[in-house]
Design a protein around this ligand. Structure first.
Ligand SMILES: [Mg+2]
Length: 242
């Protein structure tokens, strides 16, 4: 059986929406020479390329973006599963965002991506401080989970998950990170594995696929780096696993 590494990005390999640290970039380039490495993120390819150096992306096997609804390998789009969201879903999303009492609104609140709808009360134009402030509010209020649950209650054919610090990702049921699971042993790293988190469907799909897979819940990229460095030490011979 082949082993592959599959890693979430925001909060797992990088600070949320931030650039990848040199130490992590170095680690991933090293690992890509030993095993197939894939990324899986709710972001689209443009946002991913802002965060991860090109030379790191180029040595990987591929990147599942838009919650697994697009796969890229280098500059090549391998597949793209688009979905046309009904007006009723989009209108209800706008209603829920407008109903929030959170006072800061920065713009870009509903973004359609391939196969997913990305919602944000504070808006995707928020800077880092505004994102952190919203996250604090969300932790106290549970607002994003409430929005996700409201969407699922109104539209049972859709599912919604919290992603990153400010987002709720909406998709047709089953169109989530869980799509990435195939007949390979995977080690998945994610920081959003809690109830309602957008890494959870992937973990659930791995668990139902069989006991051969491993899920690593991490709190930030430093923890990911520590686990990777410990599990795949420098001494391992390049190409040890074909
Ligand atoms: Mg994450």
């Amino acid at each position: 059986m082949r082993e592959v590494l599959v890693l979430d990005v925001d909060g797992t390999l990088t600070p949320p929406r931030g650039r990848m640290a040199d130490a992590m970039a170095h680690c991933l380039r090293r690992l890509s020479g030993m095993r197939p490495v894939f990324l899986v993120t709710g972001s689209d390819i443009a946002k991913l390329r802002q965060q991860v150096p090109r030379e790191v992306l180029d040595c990987m096997r591929g990147q599942f973006v838009c919650s697994g609804n697009e796969l890229w390998a280098g500059d090549k789009l391998v597949y793209s599963m688009s979905h046309s969201f009904p007006d009723a879903v989009i209108d209800f999303a706008h209603e829920l965002l407008a109903a929030s009492s959170y006072p800061i609104r920065t713009g870009c609140h509903v973004e359609e991506r391939t196969g997913t709808l990305n919602l944000s009360v504070v808006g995707r134009n928020a800077d880092l401080a505004q994102r952190r402030a919203y996250l604090q509010h969300d932790r106290q209020s549970g607002e994003r989970l409430a929005i996700a649950r409201a969407i699922e209650a109104r539209f049972p054919d859709y599912e919604a998950h919290c992603g990153g610090q400010i987002s709720v990702d909406v998709a047709a049921r089953g169109w989530n990170k869980g799509r990435v699971v195939a007949e390979i042993r995977m080690h998945f790293f994610g920081d959003n594995l809690c109830e309602g988190g957008n890494d959870r469907p992937f973990a659930r799909a791995l668990a139902s696929d069989g006991p051969q897979h491993r899920v690593h819940a991490v709190s930030d990229w430093r923890e990911t780096l520590a686990i990777l460095d410990a599990a795949y030490p420098q001494e391992l011979v390049r190409g040890e696993v074909a």
